[in-house]
Design a protein around this ligand. Sequence first.
Ligand code: ADP
Ligand code: ZN
Ligand code: MG
Length: 477
Amino acid sequence: MEDYEVVIGLEVHAELSTKTKIFCSCPTTFGAEPNTQVCPICMGMPGTLPVLNEKVVEYAVKAGLATNCEITRNSKNDRKNYFYPDLPKAYQISQFDKPLCEHGYVEIETDDGKKKIGLTRIHIEEDAGKLNHDEFGGGSLVDLNRAGVPLIEIVSEPDLRSVEEVDLYLKKLKSILEYIEVSDCKMQEGSFRADVNVSVRKKGDTKFGTRTEMKNMNSFRSITRAIEYEASRQIDVLEDGGEVEQESLRWDEVSGKTFSMRNKEDAEDYRYFPDPDLVGIHLSDEYIQNIKDNLPELPESRKERYLNEYNLSQKDARIITSSKYLSDLFEQAIKICNNPKAVSNWIISDISRILNEKEMEPNEIPFTSKELAELVSLIDKGTISSSIGKKVLEELFENPRNPEEIIKEKGWIQISDEGAIKEVVIKVLEANPQSVADYKAGKDKALGFLVGQAMKETKGKANPKMLNEMFLKEING
Ligand code: ADP
Ligand code: ZN
Ligand code: MG
């Protein structure tokens, strides 16, 4: 295993969030009743004429500019011919030799420093329909709602060398597409999915090995598992003196193995030719410049700003800016409560932990930036302790509402009344003479224990600063 190097190239498909499909005016909303968002054009009826949706070109150019691509001034659509029951025309309208964008790169930050992953091309194409395999009738039913939904396909160079790099690359790409708002990148809805090409070679070899391809992977976890499995399978084949066959494989999540689907087609099998029903795509310099001038701030630049303006650490800034949603939440919350350090801590520790536990995406966070800001302010003002703050956050995830309301309703307001604090302190001191003696003998840790006991006694509601002071005052007489 150590003698080998794994080589990976990805073809990412992202569904564009245009309102209508790429060649007709049917809506693209996800989850509608089967075959309710279709028309003769996207159902592939003979004699119908496609008309290219201008937004699709704009979004693809945006994606190209955000990933350092050159934009093709004279581009076109081509037919890619193949038959499958989810593709009634028996060809997919895609792009062959003149993709809209070429020669770009995405930069990732590995443990060994920054690395540029080359992008061969970004082209536009239409999605196919979806087959629903009917367990009861024994047949398959086709739903053409997805047929004609616009996609960009982002093809990387075989520049990736490990599952870690693949993970960083996909996350970076996903965040860029989210920032420029061309795709919602919902992996669970298939809006962001990848064909994963894997080969292995002996370290030091200059020639690539033969690759296999796993199609339509839509979770980070399965991509990682599939690459690990496939790389070691290929190494075993080579070690046994065999040859890796170029083929398309299916990854099976349950068994954790890959299975052969078919031998891989080459481009000539598709008989690409320019679609005679569509005109060429000609882009002026002004058109491209205008899109460039209006690109929103990208994650990289937001990250730099967080380092400089708010003094966040590299790591914290990276985690927050990796998601546009988290980053927007951060910026909106600090506008209200003006405490960047505290807001970033909440996002990085407790909010991220809960998202993980609940297997939620950041954009599924149920509370608003205003509610997060109020939580931070309540702690800053000393109305609640940070341990109560954690309980308020849990509550915000369960049943989001104004944090002030939550603490009133739950009776969580911090005890800052001197008399009440003193009462608890005396009670705890009487119950723990040994700790008092320890503290007097120089064991500073004993004070922490006493404060902890008092917190327990007040169910986390005592003002910790006042507790500390009161203990010192009482112990030292
Ligand atoms: P297709 O899969 O449609 O035939 P390409 O031939 O352009 O398309 O290659 C698709 C992907 O395969 C690219 O992302 C490329 O980086 C990757 N790739 C090509 N050769 C190898 C290889 N030897 N090992 C791993 N990935 C590879
Ligand atoms: Zn249609
Ligand atoms: Mg491929």
